[in-house]
Design a protein. Structure first.
Length: 256
């Protein structure tokens, strides 16, 4: 059914008036899939009749449907992405061995490539590893290039303070982000050693920076890391600034 029709019928929990208990929707109308628990996924659907940007309808779906849906929607693209990463992701020596280890594992590939890490007011957060759905130098650099484009558009002579904690690869991600910003003509102040998160807010204000980046994943397990952006006041980036940065990120190729 799934592979032949490209249309699915699933039981859903309604979040608004547009859906009944049983909802039919075309697979191409799915704009985002997020896992929100061990057995539940959150789907975002586009609605062409409502001219609102981004994700309009949120529904919960049981895990028993997820494998068939993902196979229909993304497996060909995922294999292409996987091959691209396998041949191109050489900036971190840990990535290629990890990709080789899941070469014949469809579930392993799906988990790493079925979506991109999303950038919002909380920045990025995810498991460290290879793929578009992982924290690595490529996803960090892509986000940083988007931030650089936003800052160069919004500020004259922008500057950024960077701090990092003791998590795995925090220093590498911080230094990689600093290199991207410097290549875009943005002045960078980076702590020479790991510091508590509040030190980033202090540096942004004291040095009168346009933005700040902290590499941390707060209370998450050790396999996670994160990337948060601050505004000139030393606070978490606003929704408006995050949206503009996200729009720039969407146009950036990780390997060029």
């Amino acid at each position: 059914m799934f592979k032949n029709s490209y249309s699915i019928a699933v039981p859903v929990l309604c979040f608004n008036k547009y859906f009944d208990e049983i909802t039919y929707f075309d697979i191409h109308h799915v704009s985002k899939i997020d896992k929100i628990s061990g057995t539940t996924y959150l789907f975002s659907l586009k609605n062409d009749n409502i001219k609102i940007k981004s994700y309009l309808h949120l529904i919960k779906i049981d895990i028993k449907y997820i494998k068939e849906i993902l196979e229909v929607m993304t497996m060909n693209d995922i294999n292409k992405l996987f091959d691209l990463w396998l041949s191109s992701a050489t900036a971190d020596r840990d990535l290629i061995p990890e990709l080789e280890s899941v070469k014949d594992d469809e579930d392993g590939k799906l988990d790493r490539f079925y979506k991109n890490l999303e950038f919002g007011t909380a920045g990025l957060r995810g498991v460290i590893g290879a793929g578009t759905n992982r924290m690595n130098v490529y996803t960090v650099n892509q986000a940083t290039q988007g931030l650089a484009d936003y800052l160069n558009e919004s500020f004259e002579n922008p500057s950024v303070a960077i701090a990092y904690d003791s998590r795995i690869k925090s220093k590498e991600f911080a230094e990689s982000a600093a290199g991207v910003l410097a290549a875009n003509g943005i002045k960078v102040y980076i702590y020479p050693e790991l510091v508590p998160t509040p030190m980033l807010s202090f540096a942004v204000r004291r040095l009168q920076c346009s933005s700040g980046i902290i590499i941390t994943a707060s209370h998450n397990p050790s396999k996670y890391n994160g990337y948060k952006c601050y505004d000139p006041n030393g606070y978490q980036m606003t929704d408006e600034a995050a949206e503009k940065t996200y729009n720039y990120i969407q146009n950036i190729d990780m390997f060029t």
